[in-house]
Design a protein around this ligand. Structure first.
Ligand SMILES: [Zn+2]
Length: 491
């Protein structure tokens, strides 16, 4: 215990020491970065007019255009001379069925109010029977005739035995000739409208992966007070009809925004520090009729983009030794797809990207801190800790490891390829009400941001980038799960 404490003390003393060159940089950052500039980015970027910058919308492209034109103004250059600042990301979009009707005897069940189908499918089936399969244990499927019929079950854990996995259930039912599976769902944690809202979002994949319409529809029927459970258990002699229509699979592209500032050192300029933040958010959704429906995403990720632009402006005037590669990633909220695309199709060979410092935030609840997700996963811990000090901020590690935040943002797309990566985020110490109030909520608006704090945060980020560009080498911490990928990438 003693020894560890003593070592920590030495580290703190060393970190606290700034060289003359560093003092000059700190002074320059303090003088150069203005709160008004930061507010101006944010009030445009998280405005109602940009309507939540949802992937695939025109407002998402306007957001990308804003970033590109700020890059141009600040002296950031496009990597791709031909296509300029935009790297188009190829996506496949899936819309779930938007028309469906189920009748059982005289009872009618409507789409959205009573049920939902969660994958694209088409079906038209009249006057068949259904088979009630209870909780879906293996025994529930035995000795039953499913040929041409619909299976109806309960989406819950069985009182005894084990429920089959969804995939197992579907392939078993297909094998036995069934045509669809409907499950009675009793909402617990989420209420039904909220769940519908979530499940009815379009889903996306990179267009390099195959997406097919399922020939076996699976749906949920809401059953808040278990009346429907009683009904379906008793009514399997009634004729049942089901029609499902309107699902759609299409292709589109959305822009990543990519640019770079060339390093000042003739040798080191061939190494790039990747500065990333996602540019998209979740758009407009009518969760509660009559209430604010625009998800502005001031925190998520207006902060990341504001910070990226502020950083670009500073280094455009003060190029560091190494080169800086700026990547505003698209389609993050729908599955980290823009960064995955860039990592697959990098505009500069990935092995020249020596480090990734990302920003992504659902919110902050401690304006004395900066939270670095992955603080101790690379050899940059001392530099990152040091970066907050001149601006009165304490850099801390991720306090909610159970949320698995490292794997939930764009940094992971680069980590998987071996690039040492972290996310340098505004200070949070817990997933508390202050975070939940804004995280993916329409209230995440520009006027709710603490700009004095955001300014300090941006300054610390710039200083962190400076300190990183001065480092000798970048490495994963011994034993990290991405260490091997790193050795492979840079060998
Ligand atoms: Zn985000």
């Amino acid at each position: 215990m003693m020894r560890k404490g003593f070592q920590l003390f030495i580290v703190c003393v060393l970190i606290g020491f700034s060289s003359e060159a560093q003092k000059k940089v700190i002074k320059n950052i303090k003088k150069s970065v203005s709160q008004q500039g930061i507010e101006s980015h944010m009030y445009f970027y998280a405005s109602d007019e940009l309507r939540g910058r949802n992937t695939g919308t025109i407002e998402n492209r306007i957001a990308a255009r804003y970033i590109a034109e700020r890059f141009r103004a600040y002296g950031v250059k496009p990597v791709d001379q031909q296509n300029g600042f935009f790297q188009e990301v190829g996506l496949t979009r899936t819309k779930i069925p938007n028309e469906a009707k189920l009748t059982v005897g005289d009872s009618v069940f409507n789409l959205w109010d009573d049920m939902i189908f969660t994958s694209p499918a088409t079906l038209e089936i009249d006057s068949v029977n259904y088979v009630f399969v209870e909780y879906g244990t293996a025994a529930d499927f035995e000795d039953k005739d499913f040929e041409g019929k619909i299976a109806v079950g309960i989406y819950a854990l069985p009182p005894e035995g084990q429920r089959l996995e969804r995939d197992e259930m579907v392939s078993l039912l297909k094998e036995k000739g069934a045509v669809a599976l409907l499950e009675l769902y009793r909402p617990s944690k989420f209420d039904w409208p909220l769940l519908i809202n979530y499940l009815s979002n379009d889903s996306y994949e990179l267009n390099t992966k195959e997406v097919e319409e399922s020939n076996f529809p699976v749906g949920w029927i809401v059953d808040p007070n278990l009346e429907r459970l009683k009904f379906f258990r008793e009514s399997d002699s009634l004729p049942i009809s089901l029609s499902i229509r309107g699902s759609q699979i299409d292709h589109l592209t959305v822009p990543n925004v990519v640019g770079y500032i060339e390093g000042a050192d003739p040798k080191l300029k061939d190494e790039y520090i990747l500065i990333s933040a996602h540019l998209d958010h979740v758009g407009v959704k009518n969760v509660v009729p009559g209430e604010d429906s625009i998800f502005n995403g001031a925190r998520d990720n207006g902060i990341g983009i504001t910070n990226m632009l502020t950083t670009a402006e500073y280094f455009g005037k003060n190029p560091p030794k190494r080169s800086l590669l700026f990547l505003a990633c698209n389609a993050e909220e729908v599955g980290l797809l823009g960064s995955e695309w860039y990592a697959e199709y990098p505009l500069i060979p990935l092995r020249k990207t020596v480090y990734n410092i990302n920003t992504d935030t659902g919110g902050y609840n401690d304006v004395t801190k900066i939270t670095v997700v992955g603080l101790n996963r690379t050899n940059t811990t001392p530099e990152l800790i040091k970066s907050g000090q001149p601006f009165g901020l304490t850099v801390i590690d991720d306090q909610v490891p159970e949320e698995n935040l490292y794997d939930r943002s764009d940094n992971v797309s680069f980590a998987k390829k071996g690039v040492p990566a972290i996310s340098f985020d505004p200070g949070y110490t817990a997933m508390d009400d202050e975070i939940k109030k804004y995280y993916h909520q329409p209230g995440d608006e520009p006027q709710t941001i603490d700009y004095e704090y955001l300014t300090k945060y941006c300054k610390a980020y710039i200083y962190a980038v400076y300190l990183l560009t001065e480092m000798d080498t970048f490495k994963w911490t011994e034993g990290d799960k991405y260490q091997e990928a790193g050795e492979e990438l840079y060998k």
